[in-house]
Design a protein around this ligand. Structure first.
Ligand code: NAG
Ligand code: NAG
Ligand code: NAG
Ligand code: NAG
Ligand code: NAG
Length: 159
């Protein structure tokens, strides 16, 4: 148990050293998350010397986020976890919306409201996805956006 703790600390330290490469550290690829379960969330921002990061949004999709933006009624299935920001100087030193250490997986079987209806699912591969807004000294019309995605398993009760 202690070894696991040490290893996860070491991983966090390594992750800090490599800050600047946007990546989702937690939940790691392959993590099983059940409905209603609270899970660790840790995202490595792209913020670095010469790179300012503003906000990032966290999504869950049931298909890999490789589709193009098109106008269509069923664009994706998923969930929006929120909009957060990592403190970084001088771009966004004191954001009002720091990321929580943990997020909670909704129960999609009981999410229905009004005419809407949820659905139960077992062992579904989902994609926890972060879209980060940032900018560099090289001018851009609007923010640059990076996309990171880890695959997880929703309601894999057997693991
Ligand atoms: C980040 O998002 C928050 C909440 O939506 C907003 O209040 C804030 O102005 C945004 N900050 C930047 C730098 O875009
Ligand atoms: C989770 O999986 C179990 C086993 O397949 C199933 O009985 C249950 O309905 C599922 N729960 C949800 C919320 O989808
Ligand atoms: C800015 O653009 C130049 C030329 O394309 C490139 O060499 C440099 O790496 C870019 N710098 C940043 C911070 O994106
Ligand atoms: C996690 O999986 C995604 C694809 O879902 C892949 O692009 C990414 O490189 C993987 N990350 C690691 C740390 O292996
Ligand atoms: C879950 O799905 C994966 C990939 O589809 C499969 O390899 C694995 O055996 C499944 N696990 C369970 C518990 O159904």
């Amino acid at each position: 148990m202690y070894l696991v703790f040490l290893l996860s600390r070491l991983f966090l330290i390594l992750a800090t050293v490599f800050a600047g490469t946007p990546s989702i550290v937690h939940p790691a690829n392959g993590t099983s998350i059940n409905p209603g379960e609270t899970f660790d969330f840790f995202y490595n921002s792209i913020a670095d010397y010469g790179v300012s990061s503003y906000n990032y949004t966290v999504w869950l999709f049931t298909s890999p986020p490789t589709f193009p933006f098109v106008q269509v009624e069923n664009f994706a299935f998923g969930y929006y976890f929120g909009r957060f920001a990592e403190p970084n100087y001088p771009g966004n030193p004191n954001p009002p919306n720091p990321p929580p250490a943990q997020l909670t997986m909704p129960n999609f079987a009981t999410m229905e409201k009004g005419f809407g209806n949820g659905a139960s699912a077992h062992n579904v591969t989902c994609f926890l996805t972060v879209l980060e807004e940032y900018a560099t000294g090289n001018g851009s019309v609007g923010y640059r956006m990076s996309l990171s995605s880890n695959h997880i398993s929703y309601n894999n009760t057997a693991v």
